[in-house]
Design a protein around this ligand. Sequence first.
Ligand SMILES: Nc1nc2c(ncn2[C@@H]2O[C@H](COP(=O)(O)OP(=O)(O)O)[C@@H](O)[C@H]2O)c(=O)[nH]1
Ligand SMILES: [Mg+2]
Length: 196
Amino acid sequence: MIIKSATFVQSATKPSNYPPEGPAEVAFAGRSNVGKSSLINVLVGRRGLVRTSSTPGRTQLLNFFDINGEFSLVDLPGYGFAKVPLAVKKQWGPMMRTYLEQRRSLRAVVLLFDVRRVPREEDIQMLDWLEEFEIPTIPVITKVDKVSRNRRAKQIEPILEATGLPRDAFTLFSALKGDGRDEVWERIEDALATEI
Ligand SMILES: Nc1nc2c(ncn2[C@@H]2O[C@H](COP(=O)(O)OP(=O)(O)O)[C@@H](O)[C@H]2O)c(=O)[nH]1
Ligand SMILES: [Mg+2]
């Protein structure tokens, strides 16, 4: 993928604020701090395009980015951030479900798992919704640089167990080292090219 332009379009919480339906879209989901924004920045090769480690308030929005004027990437609100007020936490489920159910341009969701963490309820909830709405899923295990190569197989066992997905469903990724970048792009390009 050659990136000619990557620009922030707008933030939204509800469909009336989404950009108009049109270009094919791929969204990124996962708990707060799992590395969604870092993954997007590495993919497009723009370190500052998406704010990383931003305040919880800002992360509770859908952030739409235009790439090459050809397709969109969407940074979805994270979950599991301790400092988010309860009222905001309660909005996460409906906000996510609404987007997944209504967004016709959506071609796939990249779902991120931290190599060091056991998946939580919301991760499984996301997988269930993606299945319910028949949205192709690209599961990615991030921060693999935090675990030595010979411990990785053991380390990801709880993720395989909790998700019920086979090892080869996952792409291993590191924003720090760039591992997995090409593989994630390939999977995104396949999804963008597929009519659903
Ligand atoms: N070592 C390492 N740190 C990462 C990686 N991806 C993200 N991080 C760090 O994890 C923190 C959260 O990342 P961010 O992209 O903001 O997560 P988000 O909340 O899911 O968007 C930041 O401090 C990142 O620098 C990775 O692959 N390896
Ligand atoms: Mg983020």
